[in-house]
Ligand binder design. Structure first.
Ligand code: PHE
Length: 341
């Protein structure tokens, strides 16, 4: 009997359960009514009286050790199972700071340009980035095989019929004119594509805002005043503008608009290359051919159009020296615009 008790005691001491079920099975084996230990208690009656005291003591120790062991194992397993699921959050822990993003500088400037024109009644129109020849060139009075088409090196998607990435957002304005009669006051912001070598001043992708105003009796003076208003809202109230003669197939007469340098205010600096002026946009009176192409009566209506590159304006406003930075998404660059809205 003593040997049997010692053997069971060793088993109890070395027992370790991997699951709660295993611990319970061990309890049934050792302590349940039909288990090993109660069986020994039954046999106890047949132990000879001289050794009863000793055997009884050991038997009780065994029962106690088995009970303790089973409880210990169950507690241990329950605790490790719970960890993670019932652990409470530490309410005293300082909140983790989620860094907030910021707008891209080109979006900031595009939104500003849009707002300036929206204030005087222009509405925003958008169109596809992949265009057919008609909307990008022909309707805009670019003659077939005319060198004017070379002004804008084009990425073609398909040839015959020609499908291309739009080279300017004037294509959107063709769509507006085809679908709407004057008065028309619209601006078209968007991404445009030209097959140009990438450098600090040029990229094959850039962004434009182009504008169009058509009504009865619209004159060159209306255009000049509208663009002066824009220049002052954008670059400050003391800004001067000047118009230099230029050429575009879709406008006649055509001009380039310069604004007085917003950095030096006139005398000359590195930004304006010591000229005092910064080139900002192309503009002109819509060629009557264009109006007729789009179903607008050129005998009754006239209008002006203008178009600017957002990159160039942003470079001037924030003195960004290299246009490629707008496309690299380097956080060290973008973070400098966190306060701009
Ligand atoms: N579409 C011209 C360009 O992309 C800009 C422009 C628009 C010029 C309207 C004159 C009038 O360069």
């Amino acid at each position: 009997m003593i040997d049997k008790i010692d053997a069971l005691l060793k088993e109890v001491e070395s027992f370790s359960a991997k699951t709660v079920e295993e611990a319970e099975a061990f309890r049934v084996k050792m302590l349940s009514k039909k288990g090993e230990i109660p069986a020994l208690f039954k046999d106890f009656k047949s132990v000879d009286p001289a050794s009863r005291k000793d055997v009884g003591m050991r038997l009780n120790q065994l029962k106690q050790a088995a009970t303790d062991k089973v409880n210990e194992e169950k507690d241990r397993l329950a605790a490790s199972e719970d960890s993670g699921s019932t652990q409470r959050p530490d309410m005293t822990m300082p909140a983790r700071f989620n860094p907030i993003g910021s707008r891209h500088p080109l979006s900031v400037v595009r939104n500003r340009i849009n707002k300036i024109f929206e204030k005087i009644g222009f509405v925003i129109s958008e169109g596809p980035e992949i265009e057919d020849d008609w909307h990008n060139f022909s309707a805009l009075n670019f003659p077939e095989e005319h060198p004017a088409r070379d002004m804008q090196d084009t990425f073609f998607v398909e040839k015959n019929p020609d499908i291309a990435l739009r080279t300017h957002t004037s294509s959107v304005q063709v769509r507006v004119m085809e679908n709407q009669q004057p008065p028309i006051r619209t601006i078209s912001p968007g991404r445009v594509f030209r097959n140009e070598a990438i450098s600090a001043r040029a990229h094959c992708i850039f962004h434009q805002v182009e504008g169009l105003y058509i009504d009865e009796g619209v004159s060159f003076a209306d255009m000049k005043q509208t663009l002066l208003y824009f220049a002052r809202e954008m670059f400050g109230e003391d800004t001067q503008i000047r118009l230099r003669p230029s050429f575009f197939p879709f406008t006649e007469p055509s001009a380039e608009m310069d604004v007085s340098c917003n950095i030096c205010g006139g005398p000359g600096c590195t930004i304006c290359k010591y000229s005092g002026w910064i080139e900002v946009m192309g503009c002109g009176m819509v060629d009557p051919n264009v109006l007729d192409n789009c179903g607008i009566d050129s005998a009754r209506y006239s209008g002006f159009a203008f178009g600017m590159g957002i990159e160039r304006i942003t470079m001037n406003l924030y003195q960004v020296k290299d246009l490629r930075m707008f496309f690299e998404n380097d956080l060290r660059f973008l973070k400098q615009f966190e306060s701009a809205v």
